[in-house]
Structures are given as structure tokens and as C-alpha cells.
Design a protein around this ligand. Structure first.
Ligand code: FUL
Length: 486
């Protein structure tokens, strides 16, 4: 009897060795270039964060200060509380705050040693306050990341347009990055409107955006201080603008663009930035910037124009739901607080997201694929519902289509489907269709093009027991890391 057991044990061990050898023999897919860097991957996973626009404009009721504002006008009340901002941001499920440390008017929210045009000459806290320090500390307290917006265009500086201004700008970056880090993202605004105060000159100045700032050198200085930072600007180098300020990434959204094409066609770049470029040679994903109000800065007259939770939910679907990150601006008011209406909308929005995506009906559900790479379980269908981001379903190299059927166990109401590609090895999928099981056959629910980091599809609500995702076109063998059904 004992020998019998030993023999079975022996057979099982042999089988296990053979099976594990078999897994090892199936090579992983080769990357489809370009692929994201580690810091870009970390950025993708953040999905959404807050923008905060605050400066003298808040007190002069402007969107773009001319640069001649007296620092004295910056005077939030004693109620000012950056922890209220951070708490609202955290409660809304946002992961960071990017602060306008200096907007186009040149006023600095920290007491920079390189200018008098800052909080140190404001009435606020008798010139002893420091908004940048306070916000970076509040972020740490609430477990949020901190980001810096420092407008390259400066309508206050007399030397704007000459080389000394570029040195001034770099000195300010050194100040900010040594005192208030870590900084996850640096936001370089592309606006260069021309006219301004410029130390009293009150004239129009034109610079060449491509050469004046000598960006490679500036980025190098910052990267040395903050190696993991991502740089946002119209065209990267880490993150690109989505081409509009209305809250929507492209219906097809490639994380890749070809920067040569962008600079060549400067005037018509918005569509390229919005859609990306399937043949792009650089990984530069899109960020969607939009304000919760019509303006970027607080204006009392817009108190009743705050976007509703429903508006924000639609924006979420057309940004995060299209594989972009969302940066949502919430401008503090003259008290130095997020206005009640804004906080109410934020929380209402969070509630809608929580309700819509509360239960992933596909988590650990049974999945079947019509094909999978080398018949190896390393690449099998079960990887898309195991809740792990490092596992994925893949096909053989010569196969660029395939389908995955998710069994929900019983009839469930389905409203949303979320699909994620394993982007570490490049963005691949060019076309897909979602089907639902209806009246004993497959009915098309929705069609799409790109997937990328995440694609959330809203479908006509249906009671169904299974959902099928058909990949209809892909640059190379498709790699799907996750499918969720809600
Ligand atoms: C634009 C700026 O001109 C606006 O004032 C705002 O800061 C927005 C985020 O970017 O280019």
C-alpha cells in the first residue's frame, strides 16, 4: 500500500516538473515599441488628481493677470485652510494636487528670494505666509502627491524675453524642488500671450517657444533634483496635453505620438494631441485638464456654474475611461477655501463613481479564450479576472485577434465594462467589440478602437449571464491584463 502511494507521488512529481518546464518554454511576447518608462507607468496608475489655480486673479476677478497687480491684493481671510482643500481632494478619490505656484501674472505663492512679487509683500499673514509650503505639507498629511505649475510666461518680469529671465525661472525651480518636494509632476503651460506689464514697459513681447526657454537644459536641472518626476507640456516629454480644455481625450487615444510631426504642423496640433498617433515613435500619453467651473480661477459669479456630479462623471468616462489621466481644477475662493458648491459636487461625483463601480462582477469569474499563447497557463484567459496587474492574457505572435468570454454565473445587470491592456509591453489593440448574451445569441453592445491603460465602456444596461470581448485588430498579439464588468 505504502509503495503504491509512493508511486503516485512519484508520478505527480514528474508531471509537475514536466508542466513547469512547459510553462518556461513559452517565451513572453516581445515589446511593441515605444513602451512607457517606470515613471510614466506610475503616472498611469494615478488616473486622476486635482489642479489648484490660486493667485492675485482670485482677488482681482481675472483669468490672466497683466502682471501689474500689487502683491497686496493677495489677501485670503483668516479662514484660509489648505487642509480643507486636501481633505476634499482626498475624499473625492483624487491622488494629488498640482498647484499654480506662479501663474502668468508672475505672483509667487511662496516667498521666493529672487523676486519681491510674492506672498512676502502681501497682506496675508503680514507677509509671513507660504502657500506652496502649506499645500505640500497638507498633501503629505493626506497621503496625496504634490505637483508644481510654474508658468514660463511671466507678465510681471522686466527681463521677460531676455536670457536673464530664463536663469530666474531656473532659480525658482531650484528653490521649489529643494524645499517642497517630492514633486510627482511638473506642469509647463504653453500659453505665451504676448502683452504684459513687464516691469512697467507695458508692451507686447514675442518669444520663440521652441528656443527661448532652452527646455532640454531646464528639464535636465529638474530631473537631477527629482529623478522620478513626469514633465507635462503640450507635447511632453513625459505627458502631453489632450488638445482641449473640455474634459475629453480622443475616442481613439494612442499613448504614442511622433513629436517631429507635432512640431512640423504647430498650428493644427490639437487633433494629433487628442488622438495620439498609432505610428508614434514616443510614449507620451495624454492628460485631460478641465476646471470644475467655467474659469480656472475663482469668480463669485460662477458659483452657480459649478459642474454637477453628472457632468464630472461624464468627464471621468471621457478621460480616465479613455485611457488618459484627469487633472480636475478646483479653484479656492477669496476666503482661501474650496467653495461649498464645489465640495458638494466633488463628493456627489465620488458617490456616483463608487456606486457605478462598486462590485466587479467579473472578479474571479470563469473566462474562456478562443486561443492563448502556447497553451500556457501563464497567458491564459483566467489572467484577466484574477485582479492582478502583472498577469495577462496573450495570443501567439502570429495571431492578432481573439476573444474572451466571461461567465457571470447567473443573470446580472451589466452597465459598464472596463478593459486594460498590459501596456508595459506597448499599446497594441486597434479595434474591439463587446458582445452580451441576449435571447440565446451574442448581441453587439459596443465597438471601440484603442484600449490602452484603461478603457471604460458604458453600454445600454442589460440583464445577462455572459459578456464577450472580441479583439478585432491589434498591432501585434494582444495583451489584456484586466477585464471588469459592473
Ligand atoms: C492655460 C492657461 O492659460 C490657463 O490660465 C490655465 O492655467 C490652463 C490650465 O492652461 O494654458
Amino acid at each position: 500500500m505504502k509503495r503504491h502511494y509512493l508511486f503516485i507521488y512519484f508520478l505527480l512529481s514528474v508531471f509537475q516538473v514536466l508542466a513547469s518546464n512547459k510553462e518556461k518554454t513559452v517565451a513572453p511576447p516581445a515589446p511593441v515599441l515605444p513602451v512607457p518608462t517606470e515613471r510614466q507607468l506610475a503616472w498611469h496608475e494615478m488616473e486622476q488628481y486635482a489642479f489648484v489655480h490660486f493667485t492675485t486673479n482670485t482677488f482681482t476677478d481675472k483669468e490672466w493677470g497683466y502682471g501689474d497687480e500689487s502683491p497686496e491684493v493677495f489677501n485670503p481671510s483668516s479662514e484660509m485652510d489648505v487642509n480643507q482643500w486636501a481633505k476634499a481632494v482626498k475624499d473625492a478619490g483624487l491622488k494629488a494636487i498640482v498647484l499654480t505656484c506662479k501663474h502668468h501674472d508672475g505672483f509667487c505663492l511662496w516667498p521666493s528670494q529672487y523676486t519681491d512679487h510674492s506672498v512676502k509683500n502681501s497682506k496675508w499673514k503680514n507677509g509671513q505666509g507660504n502657500v506652496v509650503k502649506d499645500v505640500s505639507e497638507a498633501c503629505k498629511k493626506y497621503g496625496l502627491k504634490f505637483g508644481v505649475y510654474l508658468s514660463p510666461w511671466d507678465r510681471n518680469r522686466a527681463d521677460y524675453g531676455s536670457p536673464s529671465y530664463v536663469e530666474y525661472y531656473r532659480n525658482q525651480l531650484r528653490e521649489l524642488f529643494t524645499a517642497y518636494g517630492p514633486v510627482f509632476e511638473m506642469w509647463f503651460d504653453g500659453a505665451n500671450g504676448g502683452d504684459g506689464y513687464y516691469g512697467g514697459a507695458r508692451e507686447k513681447r514675442k518669444i520663440s517657444g521652441a528656443t527661448y526657454y532652452d527646455w532640454p537644459k531646464t528639464l535636465d536641472i529638474v530631473r537631477k533634483m527629482e529623478p522620478n518626476i513626469v514633465f507635462f507640456s503640450d507635447a511632453g516629454p513625459d505627458v502631453r496635453w489632450c488638445g482641449n480644455e473640455s474634459g475629453s481625450a480622443g475616442p481613439a487615444n494612442w499613448n504614442t505620438i511622433n513629436t517631429d510631426t507635432i512640431y512640423a504642423g504647430k498650428s493644427g496640433i490639437s487633433p494629433i494631441l487628442n488622438l495620439g498617433d498609432e505610428k508614434g515613435n514616443k510614449w507620451i500619453p495624454a492628460e485631460v485638464d478641465v476646471s470644475i467651473r467655467p474659469g480656472w480661477f475663482y469668480h463669485a459669479k460662477e458659483d452657480e456654474k459649478v459642474k454637477t456630479p453628472e457632468n464630472l462623471f461624464e468627464i471621468y468616462l471621457s478621460s480616465v475611461g479613455r485611457g488618459s489621466n484627469l487633472i480636475l481644477n478646483i479653484p479656492p475662493d477669496r476666503r482661501g477655501l474650496f467653495h461649498e458648491n464645489d465640495v458638494k459636487s466633488l463628493l456627489g461625483w465620488k458617490k456616483m463613481i463608487d456606486e457605478a463601480f462598486k462590485t466587479d462582477l467579473a472578479l474571479h469569474a470563469e473566462v474562456k479564450a478562443n486561443t492563448y499563447r502556447g497553451s500556457s497557463k501563464n497567458y491564459s484567459a483566467a489572467n484577466v479576472t484574477d485582479g492582478k496587474k502583472e498577469t495577462y492574457w496573450a495570443t501567439d505572435d502570429n495571431i492578432s485577434t481573439g476573444n474572451l468570454t466571461i461567465e457571470l454565473g447567473s443573470k446580472k445587470t451589466v452597465k459598464y465594462i472596463s478593459i486594460q491592456e498590459y501596456i508595459k509591453l506597448g499599446q497594441r489593440v486597434k479595434g474591439f467589440t463587446v458582445f452580451v448574451w441576449k435571447n440565446n445569441s451574442w448581441a453587439e453592445a459596443i465597438k471601440g478602437t484603442t484600449i490602452g491603460y484603461k478603457r471604460i465602456l458604458k453600454i445600454e444596461p442589460i440583464e445577462t449571464e455572459k459578456v464577450k470581448i472580441e479583439i478585432t485588430a491589434s498591432k501585434a498579439c494582444p495583451l489584456i491584463s484586466n477585464i471588469s464588468v459592473y
